[in-house]
Design a protein around this ligand. Structure first.
Ligand code: SF4
Ligand code: SF4
Length: 356
């Protein structure tokens, strides 16, 4: 019998929005690249893939429509009428949309459209934020007011939760510390609030030495912050557990497996492309191959071969990153740190953050 914890999450992101009116300082999204040009064949193939994920083994948690601000994107509202989005709404627990929420414009229209297209459904909003703004009382009050305003306009649709999305680069990376993470994890707005980190560097491509150096530095800063939370309920090990969710991205008619090392790395390169026909078995095989390839790589690698976390890092995509960054040291800064128990990862948001 499979316990609920062993049922693997299965999340899908559609990168189909084009255009954005904003200029976030740490944005790495190519705002003009995508179109909601999803063929009937791809619609059928994606829906049949999602149906193929057996409910006993996979839980269809969230699908995301991105990558740009949903209201200012050229095709945000109209995307909700697309048969693929409608079909995913029937299958997934929640739909996630990015909303920058810097003004009220369009929030009423969006609420009305959600009521029309997915009555009774769950919506999650991803708000791109900076750590600097999160320490600004005025900004937080403004954001909370808008979340409340938006929530108040929803009648049957539930605002399931709000994700504060932090891009771990530039000013954010410089500010991230264990205390800062603890502060962020403690923030609650007028809807249940969670923090999500991502490394946007990979969107710029990792063939530029400046980008790779920046990524190495930011990984080190993030890793130090996470290590500072060891032995607390906020501790999180830096590579995924066996049953962590499978993350897939559909983009330009291709389906990608999303590598996770510390957080999500959007990497739209052939190595991560899942060929058609898309089936749940193919995705599982792809994941297995990542683990096997990583194990082979690590066992031959002078740094990792004698490390206690070898199986954990093989399960993540540390190997791919290590190779792409030509890194000859422990990428995640945890070599043989027995004290950082990989199994003590807790999704803890309790008032008492310390472990008993
Ligand atoms: S809202 Fe998103 S896409 Fe638009 S500028 Fe900000 S981060 Fe970039
Ligand atoms: S040395 Fe670092 S990257 Fe290599 S297996 Fe150990 S923890 Fe992972």
């Amino acid at each position: 019998m499979i316990s609920p914890e062993e049922v693997m999450g299965c999340n899908l992101t559609l990168e189909v929005l084009r255009g954005c009116d904003y200029y976030c300082s740490d944005c790495t999204v190519d705002k003009g690249a995508e179109t909601l040009d999803i063929s009937d064949e791809d619609t059928k193939d994606i829906l049949s893939l999602i149906d193929d994920f057996d409910e006993r083994f996979y839980k269809k948690l969230e699908f995301t429509i991105g990558p740009t601000d949903f209201i200012s994107a050229d095709n945000g509202l109209s995307s909700l009428d697309h048969p693929l989005i409608k079909g995913l709404n029937e299958r997934y627990i929640s739909m996630v949309i990015p909303l920058v929420m810097l003004n009220d414009r369009g929030l009423d229209t969006l609420a009305a459209k959600l009521e029309e297209s997915m009555p009774g459904g769950n919506v999650v909003i991803n708000v791109p934020v900076t750590l600097k703004n999160m320490r600004n009382d005025k900004y937080r009050a403004m954001l909370d007011k808008r979340i409340l305003y938006f929530k108040g306009m929803l009648r049957t649709v539930k605002l399931h939760h709000v994700n504060l999305n932090v891009n771990v680069m530039l000013g954010n990376a410089e500010r991230i510390t264990a205390d800062e993470d603890r502060y962020l994890q403690g923030l609650q707005f007028s809807a249940k609030t969670a923090i999500e980190y991502a490394f946007g560097h990979s969107r710029k491509g990792l063939n530029n030495i400046l980008t790779t150096e920046e990524l190495k530095r930011d990984i080190a800063l993030y890793s130090a912050a996470v290590r500072g939370l060891a032995d607390t309920k906020l501790n999180k090990f830096l590579v995924p557990r066996t049953y962590d969710a499978i993350e897939l991205v559909f983009r330009n008619s291709k389906l990608y497996y999303l590598p996770i090392v510390f957080e999500r790395f959007p990497m739209f390169i052939p190595e991560f492309e899942i060929p058609k026909p898309w089936t749940a078995d193919k995705v599982a095989e792809f994941k297995e191959k990542v683990v096997t390839d990583n194990l082979i790589y690590f066992s031959e690698n002078k740094v990792c071969s004698n490390c206690c976390f070898l199986p954990n890092c093989a399960r993540g995509d540390v190997q791919t990153m290590t190779r792409m960054l030509s890194f000859d040291n422990c990428l995640i800064g945890m070599k043989n740190r027995w004290d950082l128990d990989p199994f003590s990862y807790v999704y803890g948001r309790d008032s008492d953050n310390e472990l008993e």
